[in-house]
Design a protein around this ligand. Structure first.
Ligand code: ADP
Length: 596
């Protein structure tokens, strides 16, 4: 228990230490506005606490009209002025809230995009993203939701100090009555908070599945498959199943909180009874005036509400920082792969796979087993093999989307893990099997955030066979893809999408290009044509072509035949095609009619 408490405290400290310096650096105005807000809130209740007894005693005593009018005017003007100022600062703080939320959401999106690829397939990392997202938005209320607790704590402390002095002067027992109730409420609230945190942790998996079923699958990209395979019922069934799960969790939370809330209500009623009884006795015995009676009631209620507010602020702060800590944890999520600092030299590169084996995380099947291959500068390598032979995995390791389990991959004799990650990644222009285009313009999809001379873009469009298509579009390369943002967005065909992806790869001008079966949907002859055209564009760069067919083999310098995670055959087309009982020779005999 003590350990848990210390952990929760640590979490609150770490969360504040993470967010506050960033917020102070970028949003100083927020803190100045908050300081004014704190002072206003602290002073506000004292206007009525100090003035009401004066009015009452004047009414019951001298009844001096001028004095009475002055007191009333002070309450009205002071109260209005303070509450107007309070509203203005609240509005300004609300605007900062919006700005800070945008800032931290953007930072998180950037982090998600930069996350090591292997973590995007890792359940734990995906859960962490979901927890960070919901923990930051819904549950903690973001940086403003957290800071507000700190500001209110300060305002409450100032109020409490003021009313304690007043109460101890006139009715000390009232202090004891109110304090006792506070202790009871604190215990009950902290139990309630633990229940809510437990329910939140249980909900993160359901929320992720909900998000997938509710948002991802209604995306029209899945539309064809869902309709053609009549999968709507299955989706609804799964949705209902997880809805039950989530509702069950909410019900559990409500059931746990009900008795706690009932006890709190009863205790409050007892406190009110004792307060009136005690103060009534003080008036009857002549120890205080009616004015002071009302002042004590007012002060007692401000003491109680401020103490309760303070305790609630502390508990809320702990709770909210615990939720927001999921964001902190995600932002410092440990990298999945090792990143070195060795600079990549500007020269022709040799790549060597030395006895490389690989098993996907959380699985126990060796997908690659002792792969040895050397790729010399400017060489064009064709990697062929049946589906599931490990060809794409070979590329994923080369592109550092995963690190090898055994063995090493060398670039110019140095382990690729030792290189500066970004410099190393800049060497590759891959077009993956499952490439994705963005719902931006054709041009943006090709050049991303780089700049490009109009004539260079035109040349690229011509080279990749996109000219006819873009010429037919009213806005040419400025036409938006898909209809996410633009009604006039176009839905490019599979072949057109692939050409855009190839144009993007060529625009990058990286020295090593990779084509990982982006043509799988095409027939062998069309695939062969694309590979051949692409090979001409690639020119003297190093190139790797992946296919379960032999489309690229005839014009490649070397062919590696993958089977069961190993390189079973390696050589030129002429060497392999004549190998007796060879896998390649057998594949070529079966597919020869396409390539002869
Ligand atoms: P190929 O490109 O030759 O078709 P892959 O390299 O894609 O083959 O896959 C090789 C094997 O690795 C397959 O059995 C596949 O199911 C498995 N595999 C691929 N990706 C993953 C992954 N992310 N996690 C676990 N296993 C995977």
């Amino acid at each position: 228990m003590a350990k848990e408490k210390e952990k929760t405290g640590n979490v609150a400290g770490k969360t504040l230490a993470f967010f506050m310096p960033i917020a102070w650096k970028h949003f100083k105005g927020y803190f100045f506005c908050a300081a004014i807000n704190i002072i206003l809130r602290a002073v506000q209740p004292f206007v009525s606490i100090m003035m009401t007894p004066l009015i009452l005693d004047e009414l019951l005593g001298g009844r001096d009209i001028r004095k009475l009018l002055t007191y009333v005017a002070m309450i009205a003007v002071g109260g209005t002025f303070l509450s107007l100022l309070d509203s203005v600062t609240d509005i300004i703080l609300g605007k900062y809230d919006e700005k800070m939320n945008n800032y931290f959401t953007e930072e998180m999106s950037l982090r998600i995009m930069e996350l090591d690829f292997q973590l995007t397939e890792d359940k734990k990392a995906l859960d962490q993203i979901e927890k960070a997202r919901t923990g930051m938005d819904w549950y903690s209320g973001g940086v403003h939701g957290i800071s507000l607790q700190v500001f209110q704590m300060i305002a409450n402390i100032i109020k409490i100090a003021g009313v304690i002095v007043l109460i101890l002067l006139h009715a000390p027992v009232l202090f004891a009555i109110t304090a006792l109730l506070l202790i009871i409420n604190t215990v009950l609230n902290s139990r309630g908070n633990r229940i809510e945190i437990e329910a939140f942790n249980k909900l993160s998996k359901s929320n992720r599945i909900f998000g997938y079923l509710g948002w991802e699958l209604v995306d029209f990209r899945y539309g064809k498959d869902i309709r053609l395979y009549d999968a709507q019922d299955m989706m609804v069934e799964k949705w209902n199943c997880y809805t039950d799960d989530a509702l069950g969790n909410w019900k559990w939370q409500a059931d746990q909180l009900l008795p706690l809330n009932s006890i709190k209500t009863v205790c409050n009623a007892i406190k009110d009874f004792c307060t009136y009884l005690y103060l009534g006795i003080l008036v009857i015995t002549g120890k205080i005036t009616i004015g002071t009676f009302s002042q004590m009631l007012n002060a007692g209620s401000v003491f109680h509400s401020s103490m309760q507010g303070l305790i609630w602020n502390i508990q809320e702060l702990v709770k909210r920082t615990n939720y927001a800590y999921e964001y902190v944890k995600f932002m410092s999520y440990p990298p999945a792969i090792i990143k070195g600092s060795h600079p990549v030299e500007d020269r022709p590169h040799t790549i060597e796979f030395k006895n490389v084996s690989f098993t996907y995380p959380n699985t126990d099947v060796k997908v690659l087993n002792g792969v040895n291959i050397t790729l010399h500068p400017g060489e064009h390598l064709s990697v062929v093999g049946l589906n599931g032979a490990g060809k794409t995995t070979f590329i994923k390791l080369l592109c550092r989307l995963y690190d090898t389990t055994d063995g090493e991959i060398l670039l110019d004799g140095i382990n690729i893990k030792d290189y500066d990650y970004n410099e190393y990644m800049a060497l590759f222009s891959p077009v993956f099997q499952d490439f994705n285009l963005l719902a931006f313009s054709v041009k943006d999809n090709i050049i991303l955030d780089h700049t490009c001379e109009e004539k260079d873009l035109r040349t690229l469009i011509e080279q990749t066979g996109l000219k006819e298509k873009t010429d037919s579009l009213e806005k040419g390369t400025d036409t938006i893809l898909f209809k996410f943002f633009d009604e006039a967005g176009i839905e490019p065909s599979g072949g057109e999408q692939q050409k855009i992806a190839i144009a993007r790869a060529l625009f990058k001008k990286a020295p090593i290009v990779i084509l990982d079966e982006p043509t799988a949907a095409l027939d062998p002859v069309a695939e062969y044509d694309i590979y051949r055209q692409f090979d001409t564009l690639v020119g003297k760069k190093t190139a790797i072509y992946i296919s379960h067919r032999l489309s690229s083999c005839k014009f490649c310098d070397r062919i590696a035949v993958f089977s069961d995670g190993c390189v079973k055959e390696y050589g030129t087309h002429d060497e392999l095609v004549n190998k007796p009982d060879g896998i390649y020779a057998e594949m070529f005999a079966a597919q020869a009619r396409y390539y002869k």
